[in-house]
Design a protein around this ligand. Sequence first.
Ligand SMILES: [Zn+2]
Length: 593
Amino acid sequence: MSGRIPQSFIDELLNRVDIVDVIDARVPLKKAGREFQACCPFHSEKTPSFTVSPAKQFYHCFGCGAHGSAVGFLMDYEHLEFPEAIEELAHSVGLEVPREAGGARPRETAQHDYHGLLQRADHFYRARLREHPQAGRATEYLKGRGLSGEIAATFGLGYAPPGWDALLNHLGPDPATLKAAVELGLLVQKDDGRLYDRFRDRVMFPIRDRRGRTIGFGGRVLGDEKPKYMNSPESPVFHKGQELYGLYEARKATQKLERLLVVEGYMDVVALAQFGITDAVATLGTSTTPEHLERLYRTVREVVFCFDGDAAGRRAAWRALENALPVLREGREARFLFLPEGEDPDSLVRNIGADAFREKTVDSIPLSQFFYESLTRQVDTRSVDGRAHLVELARPLLQKLPDSVFRDLMVEELGRYSGVKVSSLQRRLFGASTPEAPPAPRRAVSATGRSPVRMAIRLLLERPQLALQIAQPAGFEDLDMPGVTLLHELLETSRAQPHLNTGALLEHWRGKAEEKALAKLAMQPLEVPAEGLDEEFCGAIQRLVEQRDRQRTEQLLHRSHASSLSEDEKAELKQLLEARVPAAANSRRKQQD
Ligand SMILES: [Zn+2]
């Protein structure tokens, strides 16, 4: 496994590349004032709202809310994973990506070549399907399911022979290899230390990562034994909650995938491919996780979930819906296809043929319909109580949706079912601001009506170098107010690396809770002229220092009634009270210290 990419390299890289070049090479940009514009590649529109800022090295779409640095753009536009996007950018400016030794999880021994070992196992199973004396039963089984040799080869199907030691003997006696095979779940170690093959007398389905490397296996029994399906356990290279069976093959089959069909088992994926439906993928014995959904929507705009029509299938579909809500924004669509009882995609496609199956996916139910059908079934929408209950049921779910036109439409729909005015629903569900809005102050709004924390963060995002204007420590760090910790971290990061542009600075928050709010704030219009940034920023910090001093004074005064102040604290309080009258002068003095 390769190590982590050092943050310092990402900083340097984002300082070197120009986001305008990166995007313009893929989506031609037009100059508009100090920025560049184009019609957004992430949603369909006629007038450009996709804006690229060369100063901030950041893009933002005012239509659909897509945003990010050059890395983020490549990830979304070219469907790359983070390290791949970094590789691509580094390559474009002739840099080599360094890796931190040891990878993300330190180990006492050197890492084994897991991929090489999985490849050996893969070759072993495939060869057994061709030549093992018992393999006839496996090939009969595959033929019985209507699979051709060609499709078996496309998916790399193999056969794990019966017995307990076929793979074990094949791997040889090297202890390091055997230990790695246990870590990968190819072999199982008994309590007495003896090893045996995990997969026996099964058809083997290699599970591949985006690059086509085998990272695990699924095995299916030939008869009716249990368990019918068995997967490799979690391992250093295999994470079930992230991987989708068939995604590599689907991408290989179609240059520009439009949609993906999510089914339950590998046999469904392979059988559909046999019928020419090559855009199906399967989760690996887990329900669809948010990680799966991110991966799906990074590849396509439309995802069709295929579930059994029975009660269990509907429950699983509802779980998928709940996980999909947070990632749904304009241009991303989720639909649900419920199969007739007793059918799975494999049997259905054989019964009705590929064309009829395709039609069914086109006629599948949109998420919004499934959503309101399920909720209205739980209440009596004819009564006032029932309609109020409906709003309560919908509330936590709609609150998961990102602020978007899609969310507005969902709320309108709720208005229709509940008879409550849309504006009133918007207010009840999302308050005045959006759920992902930047930290709002509890009581610390300045005279201008803006929180100084928010203002300071906004200004730092406009020009990270402003951090150098402020003494260290600035004197507000222990202020108890939302957003203060974030502001402090932003200040520290920008101060340590004053050359960072906004895009590079935001990369430090990739994957963290504040990432979205920061990006949103970064693109909000700023009503401060460029020459006024310094003053405005110092002013905001100064207001925070004053607030901190007031907060501390109150604290000390409160405790002084209980007479529990130390001598030092008494002196501090005295000083704070004396400095209180000319408050502004006090904080200015502090900043000069
Ligand atoms: Zn857009």
